[in-house]
Design a protein around this ligand. Structure first.
Ligand SMILES: O=C(O)CCC(=O)C(=O)O
Ligand SMILES: [Fe+2]
Length: 272
């Protein structure tokens, strides 16, 4: 199919009336980018509700169900920094704190090339929109054959423990929420490049909920999120319905890939 300004290859995937990512130069396109940048600057997060059309959301939920048997179940204990426990600090220090993360990951190479989210992820319009929203002159899709775009299913009892992301920001798309639990909770700007704020981090780890927000995540919502500075978690899933979403991976370099170790951990194999 040829991509033209009037009929992008993802026209059935995104609500383009509300979110004209195919016309970023238009007034409406500029407003969209400006709103996103303002939200990111203020809250460290920009959520676009109804970004993905309901039919496309439904197709992705069905796809996740079909690919369920191929999902890799990971269940690990790690620190909130994804670094080894610091043996030199007291047990209650954030650098010694351990959490659990458990999820089912469906790798990019299992997602058919005509799947709605794959068509959207692989469009240069989406990459350009995300770069603009983040104020980057250029951004690249990940080169990782397994991790660039995956679908994650969080089954009952699964969760993501408190952590700071290694990457500066994340882009997620929600397809299905759990009946209960599975909330994305975050503490925006809890640390900065110049201040680790161990005291504030320790307080959250010990139950202080005062800096916390909950990300709105109705099905179809796309979220951009500065996870490097915001401590965040996905609370344990309750009820029978899995929480299903995608993380879209981008980088400042065109050759971004997972390490073999991380790839084994999240997908049970490496791509090379
Ligand atoms: O599943 C989510 O909503 C967030 C995922 C996340 O925090 C991560 O992949 O680092
Ligand atoms: Fe994260």
């Amino acid at each position: 199919m040829t991509q033209t300004a009037s009929s992008p290859t993802y026209a059935d995937v995104v609500d383009l009336e509300r979110y004209p990512i195919h016309r970023l130069d238009s007034d409406a396109g500029q407003r969209l980018v400006d709103d996103c940048r303002a939200a990111l600057a203020k809250d460290g997060v920009c959520t676009l509700e109804g970004f993905i059309r309901p039919e496309a959301v439904q197709a992705m939920v069905e796809l996740a169900g079909r690919l369920g048997p191929k999902a890799w179940a990971s269940d690990q204990t790690h620190t909130i920094y994804f670094e080894p426990v610091d043996e030199s600090v007291p047990a209650e220090h954030p650098r010694a704190h351990q959490v659990r993360s458990a999820k089912h990951g469906i790798a990019y190479d299992y997602i058919p090339s005509d799947a709605p989210m794959r068509r959207l992820y692989e469009s240069d319009d989406l990459t350009a929109f995300i770069a603009a929203a983040l104020g980057r002159p250029v951004l690249y899709r990940s080169a990782d054959p397994l991790d660039a775009l995956q679908v994650t299913a969080f089954h009952p009892g699964e969760e993501l423990g408190w952590h700071f992301d290694n990457s500066e920001f994340s882009v997620t798309v929600m397809y299905q929420q759990a009946q209960e639990g599975g909330n994305f909770e975050y503490a925006p700007g809890l640390r900065s490049d110049s201040d680790e704020n161990y005291e504030g981090v320790q307080a959250v780890l010990q139950g202080d909920r005062s800096p916390l927000k909950v990300l709105p995540s109705a099905p179809g919502t796309m979220a951009f999120f500065r996870g490097e500075h915001a401590l965040h978690q996905v609370t344990p899933i309750q009820g029978d319905t899995p929480r299903i979403n995608s993380v879209l991976t981008y980088g400042e370099r065109p050759d971004m890939k997972l390490s073999d170790l991380t790839s084994e951990l999240f997908y049970g194999r490496t791509s090379s």
